[in-house]
Design a binder for this molecule. Structure first.
Ligand code: ADP
Ligand code: MG
Length: 447
């Protein structure tokens, strides 16, 4: 075990110091023994031993300590190897997929491709997931899916896992959350099984890690994740990662990790639009009515929900579920009145909280203009454009009517607001800059 441990550390050192340094200084070292506070290695000459001590001592100790050992010192003996086999790591024991930590997190049977509704906001993510699920040649690695809560990241990842299990039963597919990855890592450290952990993770064919933002700032876990990641990419194994934001925006994620994560295909799941929400509701309503017998829900009710509950799909689903349960309990069909009663808490909490004033403030700040100018009469382009963006966002993100918005923009007419909204819609079709501005502002405002 200890010799294996040294072999693992030696591997990691190779990645850190590069092949040629590693070949000159680390490879010639042979593991002798380990005690509570020191690691004893054999070097072929005093010169090599001294060099390693001077240049790599701290680095090696840090690796040892990361595996949970209390080693503080390196000792060297010199001369030719005692037993040539001493340093050779034991071969990894073959394992059945089920006899230890390699089990995937349990998959939810509902989260398959058939139940995933595709719309404009998620079509790219869906197409990429489908491609990975074919299990053919790896074309982009990793696939990095990101987006806000409840937009379908976990759903897509599990759909990939299901599909692969069916189409490619020969592949070892591992799906788990970043939290579970950390938990297993910590457990391996505690039980001194770190080499087993490494071997296991490096033997999968497809690795999927959900909510990777979780390990940001957890130093040794992200370090380990990075090594696992690199080892698998080097073997051309497919990796799928999800996070709640883009790799470069994850706070406390090491720069080298975030840049590695961007090497493949990065796709985001956009916030749902009305059509997608309605589509999802129709699909789920059809599913629910199978299990609730005869209950059906009026199309008008679904439209109402799609309009009012914009936060995330999970909430939408919960609302629908509750309606079905309620309706079957009281034996009444679902009407709009009943919806208001039954879902008042959800409807209240998903009332859009952003105010027109907040939008004006943020947009003015973003474009570096004065708030008074945004509300005032100036018509120069540098003022008018941000003003129109703010009008557009007010229409999109609040439930205010056009005349109400007009009043808040220094008493403008509702037709002026409508003109502004249309103008921005039109421009964002052709102008990527304005599209990005809006996307960013939307995120700023909704976070
Ligand atoms: P995330 O992991 O992005 O937070 P999930 O994948 O857990 O979100 O999705 C939350 C819920 O919404 C799940 O029950 C999922 O089935 C559902 N959902 C999200 N997007 C879709 C979609 N496009 N079609 C059908 N269901 C969806
Ligand atoms: Mg999720």
């Amino acid at each position: 075990m200890a010799a294996e441990l040294w072999a693992g550390i030696s591997d990691e050192l190779r990645q850190e110091m590069g092949n040629s340094n590693h070949k000159s200084w680390i490879e010639p070292l042979e593991y002798v023994e380990i005690s509570a506070d020191s690691l004893r290695l054999r070097a072929p000459s005093r010169f090599v031993g001294d060099w390693v001590k001077r240049n790599y001592h701290d680095q090696i100790i840090a690796h040892l300590q990361k595996t949970g050992l209390g080693v503080k010192r390196l000792d060297f003996e010199f001369g030719p190897a005692h037993s040539p086999s001493a340093a050779a790591p034991e071969p990894a024991r073959p394992r059945a997929a089920s006899d230890d930590g390699l089990q995937s997190a349990p998959l939810d049977a509902k989260l398959c491709f058939e139940n995933f509704v595709v719309g404009k906001p998620n079509e790219l993510a869906h197409a990429a997931a489908r491609r990975v699920a074919e299990g053919a040649e790896v074309t982009f690695n990793p696939l990095f899916l990101y987006g806000g809560v409840g937009l379908g990241k976990t759903h897509l990842m599990q759909a990939i896992a299901w599909e692969l299990q069916e189409k490619r039963p020969d592949l070892q597919v591992l799906y788990l959350s970043a939290e579970q990855f950390m938990y297993r890592f910590v457990q391996a450290l505690r039980d001194r099984q770190i080499m087993d952990f490494k071997n296991l993770f490096r033997s999968v064919d497809v690795l999927m890690v959900d909510d990777v933002q979780f390990i940001a700032g957890k130093d040794s876990t992200q370090e380990e994740f990075f090594h696992t990641f690199n080892a698998l990419v080097d073997q051309n194994k497919q990796i799928v990662i999800s996070a709640d934001r883009a790799p470069g925006e994850i706070k406390d994620l090491e720069a080298r990790i975030s840049s590695r994560l961007q090497c493949g295909l990065v796709v985001d799941l956009h916030p749902t639009n009305y059509e997608l929400r309605l589509g999802i509701l129709q699909r789920k309503a059809a599913l629910f009515s199978q299990s609730y017998g005869s209950i059906t829900i009026d199309e008008g009710v679904l439209e109402f929900l799609a309009h009012r509950i914009t936060s995330n799909v999970r909430v939408l689903e919960g609302a629908l579920q509750r309606l079905f349960a309620f309706s079957s309990l009281i034996g009444q069909e679902v009407t709009l009145d009943m919806v208001q009663d039954c879902l008042s808490d959800i409807l209240r909490s998903s009332e859009r909280r952003v105010t027109v004033e907040e939008i004006q403030r943020k947009v003015a700040e973003y474009y570096n203009i004065r708030l008074s100018d945004m509300l005032g009469p100036k018509r120069t382009r540098t003022i008018a454009r941000p003003r129109q963006v703010a009008m557009y966002l007010s229409k999109e993100l609040t439930s205010r009517s056009l005349p109400e918005i007009g009043r808040r923009f220094g008493g403008r007419d509702h037709t002026t607001i409508l003109h502004g909204v249309r103008k921005v819609e039109e421009m964002s079709g052709s102008d990527t800059q304005i599209r990005e501005d809006i996307e960013l502002l939307r995120r700023l405002l909704e976070s």
